[in-house]
Design a protein around this ligand. Structure first.
Ligand code: DGJ
Length: 478
């Protein structure tokens, strides 16, 4: 029995892996590793339940764009993910090799017993092809065989998803007409083709990254705006069915914060009473280092709510989500909204934003001061600034007025903060709103710019062993 052998292997792997899965579970926005200590590469992906296993398919962006490998992971408990290798890879098909593959979604067809993957296919070096692609496999982990790539009924097709309803009918939803419109297509009964286009939604409104979930007889369709790799406000709309004519859908309503917790929707997954949403936090400057979030989606009578929780785990068959409030002794990394780079002190003592987040010099310990303000400690020194200066320095004394910070929440979700330096009244600021690696971080008069907004990621230790199966390639460029 393959499942039994899989269970056994997984139990052994879990023992070896006990350090990844900490008491607080997974931290959204931290690096996530599989049971081989490899960075999980499953961007813009999807989850599929098959037997006792949960499968996770997604883009391997180790080499950035073009993305030519789709990876598969599986989990029994929702906490530990074991690699099941490359589900689809460039070398197996000349077409895939000439492609940039995005947003793989997989359905299982109970009649044909096939696993069917639909993707967005572009050329390696431009986004002009705008095609859908289909691949099929006999087993959940693949290998998936390339079947075809095409423009649905001649229409451009970019960001896309699949949805299977409770009767086994399935739909492909994709961004058309240079991303201006969203098309809904009904799949053929074997899921390998399109039967008909059933509607054009949100015409002219440039909605991307579609995610569909059904709850109590209502379809919720969540989309992002179209701003390349930059996060924007997710919106949702509802209708009784994906075949409902466009005019009868509810208007678009905002979901989450104005940058969707710095994320973009990848998939929704219903697990018993729990509805989860998987999101990508893209690092546009270094796509292979992009992060993930799993957040709970609350759906009720046509209203959707996506709440932010810093950590989650599955325990006793339930998903548990935990908020992160500033507290004494908490070790965090601080990400800037406009760049997703972390606040870091380099070896020369320069305070900067940086994507080099593996080292301890981007980890800060929050310490509560006697005056109620916060100190940001690193190696026994404290982040501060002299009264008349916009420059940050590390200082020796925690109770010095120059090292007192207020963490001012900017949303109701305990996600974003401005960091106000008490002595000067100025705000922690990436100078010139630069998105560049190594750009200076200093103090500036408070304003509403994203380069003064920060989020906290709980610090997670890096694996002790090294990954045996990561594809080679350095931090992928966009
Ligand atoms: C945002 C999309 O949602 C991603 O899948 C990708 O296509 C990028 N745009 C490309 O800029």
């Amino acid at each position: 029995m393959k499942w039994v052998r899989g269970l056994h292997l997984l139990a052994v792997a879990s023992l070896l892996w006990s350090w990844t899965f900490t008491a607080n579970g997974w931290s959204n926005g931290a690096r996530w590793y599989d049971t081989d200590a490899c960075l999980i590469q499953a961007h813009a992906g999807s989850w599929l339940r098959y037997g006792p296993w949960l499968y996770w398919y997604g883009e391997d962006k180790t080499r950035g764009v073009p993305t030519q490998a789709i990876r598969c992971y599986r989990s029994l408990d929702g906490n530990t993910w074991e690699s099941c290798g490359l589900a689809l890879e460039a070398g197996t098909s000349p077409i895939a090799a000439e492609s940039n593959l995005e947003r793989p979604k997989v359905l299982y067809h109970a009649g044909t017993r096939k696993f069917v993957m639909w993707l967005h296919r572009e050329a390696p070096d431009h986004y002009g092809l705008a095609e859908a692609a289909v691949a099929v496999a006999d087993r959940p982990e693949g290998p998936f065989r390339w079947l075809k790539n095409f423009r649905p009924f001649g229409a451009m097709s970019r960001d896309a998803t699949l949805f299977q309803d409770s009767n086994g009918r399935a739909y492909f939803i994709s961004a058309a007409r240079h991303n201006l419109d969203l098309h809904v297509y009904r799949l053929s009964s074997d899921y390998l083709d399109l039967e008909a286009q059933v509607s054009t939604l949100f015409a002219g409104q440039s909605r991307e990254a579609p995610v569909v979930v059904e709850h109590q007889g209502l379809i919720y369709l969540i989309t992002s705006g179209a701003t390349y790799w930059e996060a924007n406000q997710a919106m949702y709309a509802t209708a009784p069915s994906l075949e409902t004519p466009a005019a009868e859908w509810s208007p678009l309503s905002p979901l989450g914060t104005e940058t969707t917790f710095q994320g973009q929707g990848a998939f929704a997954f219903v697990d018993g009473e729990h509805i989860l949403m998987g999101l990508d936090r893209w690092w546009g400057h270094e796509l292979g280092n992009s992060r993930y979030m799993i957040l709970p989606l609350q759906l009720s009578a046509g209203q959707a709510r996506l709440s932010y929780y810093a950590q989650f785990e599955k325990r006793d068959e339930q998903w548990h989500f935990q908020r992160l409030l500033p507290k004494d002794g908490l070790r965090i990394q601080l990400g800037a909204f406009h760049s997703n780079r972390f606040l870091r002190r380099d070896s020369d003592g320069k305070l900067m934003q940086s994507a080099k987040d593996g080292a301890m010099d981007s980890v800060w310990t929050l310490q509560q001061r006697e005056d109620g303000a916060w100190a940001l400690e690193q190696e026994g020194q404290y982040l501060g600034a002299q009264a008349q200066s916009h420059a940050l320095v590390m200082m020796a004394k925690r109770e010095d007025p120059a090292t007192a910070w207020d963490l001012v929440p900017i949303d109701k979700e305990n996600f974003g903060y401005q960091l106000l330096h008490r002595l000067s009244g100025l705000s922690l600021d990436v100078q010139g709103a630069s998105g560049e690696e190594g750009a200076s971080v200093g103090l500036w008069k408070s304003h509403d710019g994203k380069h003064q907004k920060w989020y906290m990621v709980p610090f997670e230790a890096e694996p002790l062993s090294s990954c045996p199966h990561q594809i080679s390639g350095s931090a992928g460029k966009s």
